[in-house]
Structures are given as C-alpha cells and as structure tokens.
Design a protein around this ligand. Structure first.
Ligand code: GAL
Length: 666
C-alpha cells in the first residue's frame, strides 16, 4: 500500500478542468451546488488563464483566482492549480515575436490558438517561470491547493521548433553529447551522401529537405526537442517548489503518436498524471484505454496515478465524434481506477458555449444538469466515494511489453523497408491478445530491470542500445522468457546497424540471424505450416541454435522459419518473423504464457475485463463487463459498490462493473 497520492485528499479524486473565467455570478453559485451533487472533490483551475492572472507583462491581478479558490475551498473542493503557460497571452506574442514557433516546413505558427512559445526561447521560459513563481508564492501553501499541474500536455501541439534560437540551442546540445565534430560525424554517418561537417556552426536543424534527411540527425533533433521541453517543465517546477510543498505534476499523453520520452520525465514528477481520450469509432476503444492506463502506471513505477483528463461523452476533434453510450463513462472511469488511477478527472466541468471546444462534452453539458450525462456523472461520483479502501493499492503484472519512445521516433522516419512496419500496431496486437486473456501487463524500458516478470515481449523493438540488448540477454540467461517479433534490435542508439547479420545485438540470445527482409504486398497474406496466417512482413531467417516451431508455407519466405525458440542460459527466447492474424497470435501467446508460467483468466468470458489491485491483506477484484451479455464469476468477499456480501459467485450484468474485496491471495 502506498500513502495518499495527493496529501489531504482521502477519497478517489473526482472532478475536472474548471474554467469559470467570465461566467456570471449565478452560474458560479450553481457550479458549487452541482459539484456538491456530483461528489466533486478536485478541480483543475487556470490551465489557460495567463491573461487573467498577468493582464500586462509583470502586472498581476489575482482577484479572479482568489475568488475562485476561496469559493472552491468553502465548497470543500480541492484545487489542482495549473500554470497557464500553454496559452501565452496576446501581449506576450506582440512583445516577443521571436518566441513564436517555426515548424519543420518553415512556417511560423500563428498565435490565435494555444500551444507554447519556442521551447528554447529564454524569453518564453523566463515568462513561464515568472508566472509559475507568482502563482506559487501566492497559493503555494493555500489549504485548498492539493496539487500543481504544470503547463498542459507538453509536446502537444508543438513538439519541436526549428527557429534560429532552437538551432543555436541544438548546437549547444550536440557539443555536450558528442564533444567533437569528428565524433558527431561518426555518429551521424555523415560520410554517406557527403554530409560531413567541419564546424559546429555548419549544423542546422533538420528542416524539410529535398529528400530523406540524415536519420541520426533527425533522431537527435527529437531527443534534443524532448530535452528542451523537459527543461521547460523543470524550470516551472523548480519555481513552484521554491514556494510550495504540494506535489507537482504535468499531464502526459502516454499513448499519443509522438510522445516525449516520458521515461526521462517520470523521475522529475512528484506523481504521474495522464490524459486519455477514446478513439470513439474503435469498437475496442476500451482496450486502448487499458493499454494507456497500464503504460501510465508503468511510468509511475507501479504506484497509483492521476487520470487528469478524459471525456464524459464526445470530444470534438476526431473525424466523427461519437457520443459515449449510456454507462460507458462509468465503465471508462472505473477501468482507469482498476488499473491504478487514484483520481479520475474530466475535461471539463462545464461546457463553454463559445470557442474551439464548444462541441466537446463536459460533466455539465450545454443542455445543463437535467441530462443523462450529468446524472451518470453524479452516479459515478457516488460510486467513487465508496472506493476509499482502494486508495494506495497496487496492480501487479507478470508480463512486460517493451516501450521506448526513441525507438518509435526512429522507426517513424522515412525510407523504411515497408510502410506497413507499424510498431504501435504490433504492440497493440500483442497487448490485445493478452487483454483477451485478462493477463495484466506492465510496460518497461528496454534497459530497465526486468526482474520479477515471467515474460517480456519486444514487439518491433527496432532501436536497442547496447545496454538494452545486454539487459535482454541477461534477463533470458538468468531464467527469463522473452518473445521478440520481427524488426527488433536492428539499429543501435546512433541508428546504425551493428556489424554482421541482423538482428545485430539479439543474434546470440535468439540463436538465429535474419539474412534478408521480405516485406509483403498490401493486403497479401502468407500461410504458416501450423495453419496460421501472417501479413505485412516475412523474412529470410537462418537458424543457429534456435529450434523452428513453425514455417512459412507460402510467400517469399516459403519453407523458412516463421516462429522459433531458443534455450539460452536458464531461459528461453521466442522469435516471430511475421505479423500474425489475431487467432495465430492468440495461439502462440497461449503456449508462450503457459511455458512462462503466467496465469491467464480466460474463464471470465469474452469482453469481461478482470484486474486486481492489492492492498494491505486485501485484493480488490474489478470486473468490467464490456459485452452485451451478463456474466457470472466466482468470488468470495464483499461487493464494494453495493456493500453486499458475495459468497461463491457474482453476476456482472452486461455493461456494468462489480468490485469485490477479498482476502488477499497468497
Ligand atoms: C486535451 C486538452 C484539453 C482539451 C481536451 C479536449 O488534449 O488538454 O485542454 O482540449 O484535450 O479533448
């Protein structure tokens, strides 16, 4: 059990972004009443309110924020106080045109939206740290303030900037990384295409070029951009810490396509917070939700975390913004709690009738409180109030999937062997197959300790540092089980292929080599000898000491190994040379899980999710029924939402959730 995640908050945190700027008094009054009815205990205030706090450079006006915080405090609602630095005010842009972001295509971004100043701009950073400091000085020890929320979703919508200030900062960053231009030339392989540098001053950001830009140059630019954003966060965090003892965090977007490298961010945060939005058109959007929650918990090193934002119903930025079905917002929220969230907040408390997000759902929608959504929100608030005992309990996982943002950045560069090499799709496919069997997953950095996992999966882990590769080999030789899929271990951290046949540093542990990639045509299927199907990819595998478990029965690799296993030290490593269809992958994973001694829960039935949080002497079993059919599960204990004893079994109605506390299993 962990102590309270957010000191002073003894319930599961519940609420949302609260932007009361400009609303008339009677609405503000009604807000407090509606928060009480819904059981709201934590709201995020001030995310985009820079203009309200600092209407002119260096002139602060706290009247509005004082009143807002006092009103919330009186109502017993905790404040997650945001720094407003993702929305620099108009005066800032007018005074500092050089702080605008220049994108890779060479366009200066306009300022009539939100975003960030150039992350390397000293003007932007100083202004951001100043407003953070002013807020912390005034409210740092205010009893209502429970948590600090720095900025908003660093990296979205701006991850990198290509202006002259950024170029100079990049050169400084490169000097620190490489020491000499000669070392940089080696690392970037600049001998190819005659790109050799003789002076730091010659190096530019990798703006859009005539054709594919040097991949290591591009990859380093992403690393640099990540570090610049992290420095922006650190500067604000430190400004806050000088005046406040409250925990400081920032809202991550763990499953966004281009995320910063949050493994570097997590140790800088007092607690981990995440935003997650369903891809509403996906029938299995709840599986992506589970993945996001497991990944967030992994960044938190297994500790509880905060869901800073999700939606009560539709968002307004997807191609078709499907509303959530009745019961879905509750299932979504409790799913996050099941997977370790000790707070679940929404964007947003009250919908605004104007601005870019007027079609976005809210806890109090445009149609007001006499609505299905507000009723469901209030029911959820009442449910969460019953889950106090769950606070601080932890989710355990026996299986880890490798997750490494720089590897994704590298794979997403141009000129890869196939456009179908979608690493995220491979991770999602493996995750889905495990979710179907109710195997709880953690995500791990490839160089982090893997002790304690019975099975580690490396789906398309394209870039592996020498440290990561030897970590994987040691894990297996000491008795671990490793499943590696194609296009893993192909390059090192410089984006170079190690000498000799692929997969470079994994040859020994896998007991095989890959002589040639044989990517498939769009939509082409290949049959496997064991009856399975593959798509996207095949390759020419040469076995060393590994044993073939299945072969390609047709296609360009016909007759060659498609699945192999290698006994290495006291462990085993499997290799998968194609992208199997769901049934083939499920079959392979069933046998890999069994050999690895991982317990699966397939009895629960299709669409019934089962996750366990462990507290002191107690297990909290969450059953979430995503299917349209009632399910019965075995349990002995007490159902927390109804308070009723459970003596042997319990029905989880279609679309519903049951949470049973039992005596902890051994
Ligand atoms: C988030 C953002 C919020 C709001 C929300 C809408 O990414 O942080 O401010 O825009 O999306 O879904």
């Amino acid at each position: 059990m962990d102590g309270p995640l957010i000191p002073g908050l003894e319930q599961i945190g519940f609420g949302g972004d609260y932007n009361p700027d400009g609303w008339p008094e009677h609405v503000l009054k009604e807000d407090m009443e509606l928060m009480r009815r819904a059981g709201v205990n934590l709201v995020t205030v001030g995310v985009f309110s820079w203009y309200a706090i600092e209407p002119r450079a260096g002139t602060y006006d706290f009247a509005w924020l004082d009143a807002t915080i006092e009103r919330l405090d009186k109502a017993g609602v905790g404040v997650c106080l945001a720094t407003p630095t993702a929305g620099p005010p108009a005066w800032f842009w007018r005074a500092n045109p050089d702080a605008r972001v220049l994108d890779r295509q060479g366009h200066t971004l306009g300022t009539a939206a939100r975003g960030i100043g150039c992350p390397s701009s000293a003007t932007y950073r100083d202004a951001a740290a100043r407003v953070a400091s002013a807020l912390a000085e005034r409210y740092g020890e205010h009893p209502a303030v429970k948590l600090w929320h720095v900025h908003n979703e660093y990296g979205v919508p701006v991850f990198d900037c290509y202006c002259a200030t950024s170029a100079a900062a990049f050169r400084t960053w490169l000097r620190a990384r490489y020491g000499t231009v000669a070392a940089l030339n080696r690392a970037w392989g600049t001998v190819f295409w005659g790109q050799r540098y003789s002076d730091w001053a010659e190096i530019e950001p990798p703006v859009r070029a005539a054709t594919a830009a040097n991949p290591t140059h591009q990859l380093d630019y992403q690393r640099f951009s990540n570090d610049e954003l992290l420095d922006c966060y650190r500067a604000e965090r430190d400004a806050i810490r000088a005046h406040s003892s409250r925990p400081v965090t920032t809202n991550l977007m763990t499953t966004n396509r281009q995320t910063p490298d949050y493994w570097a961010w997590a140790p800088e945060m007092d607690l981990i917070a995440n935003d997650h939005y369903l891809t509403a058109e996906r029938e299995d959007a709840h599986v992506d939700l589970a993945l996001s929650a497991d990944l967030t918990r992994s960044y938190a090193q297994g500790r509880p975390w905060v869901l800073m934002e999700h939606s009560t119903s539709a968002v307004n930025w997807q191609p078709r913004n499907l509303a959530k079905a009745p019961g879905e917002l509750r299932r979504n929220s409790l799913q996050h709690v099941a997977r370790g969230a000790d707070a679940t907040l929404f964007f947003q408390f009250r919908a605004h009738p104007f601005g870019a997000e007027k079609f976005h759902s809210a806890m109090v929608p445009q149609a007001g409180p006499d609505t299905r959504v507000f009723r469901e929100v209030s029911e959820l608030g009442a449910d969460l109030a019953l889950l106090r005992g769950v606070l601080g309990s932890r989710v355990r996982a026996e299986v880890a999937i490798l997750w490494d943002p720089p590897s994704f950045w590298a794979q997403d560069l141009e000129w890869r062997p196939s456009v179908d090499l979608d690493h995220r799709a491979q991770i999602e496919a493996h995750y889905r197959a495990l979710w179907d069997r109710n195997v709880t997953v953690a995500f791990a950095h490839p160089a982090a300790s893997l002790d304690g996992y019975r099975l580690v999966i490396a789906p398309a882990s394209y870039l592996l540092s020498a440290a990561a590769a030897s970590n994987l080999s040691r894990y297996v030789s000491e008795g671990g089980n490793l499943l590696v899929s194609y296009f893993s271990g192909i390059v090192n951290e410089c984006e170079h292929m190690p000498d000799g046949p692929m997969p470079g540093q994994l040859r020994e542990v896998l007991g095989l080599t890959v002589e040639e990639f044989l990517p498939l045509r769009a939509g082409q299927l290949v049959r496997l000898g064991g009856g399975g199907l593959g798509s996207r990819w095949a390759e020419h595998v040469e076995l060393g000491a590994a044993t073939c478990l299945d072969t390609f029965a047709d296609g360009p690799a016909s007759g060659r190994p498609a699945v192999a296993v290698h006994a290495f030290g006291s462990g085993r490593a499997w290799y998968l040379a194609t992208s199997p269809d769901a049934a083939t992958l499920a079959g392979l994973l069933a046998s890999v899980l069994a050999t690895s001694g991982v317990s699966a829960d397939v009895e629960a039935g299709e669409g019934l999710e089962h996750v366990v949080r462990r507290g002191d002497g107690q297990d909290f079993h969450f059953w979430i029924n995503h299917s349209g059919v009632d399910r019965e599960v075995g349990a002995v204990g007490r159902e927390l939402l109804s308070g009723t004893p459970v003596a042997g079994s319990i029905t989880v109605p279609a679309g519903d959730v049951r949470i049973v506390s039992t005596v902890a299993a051994g």
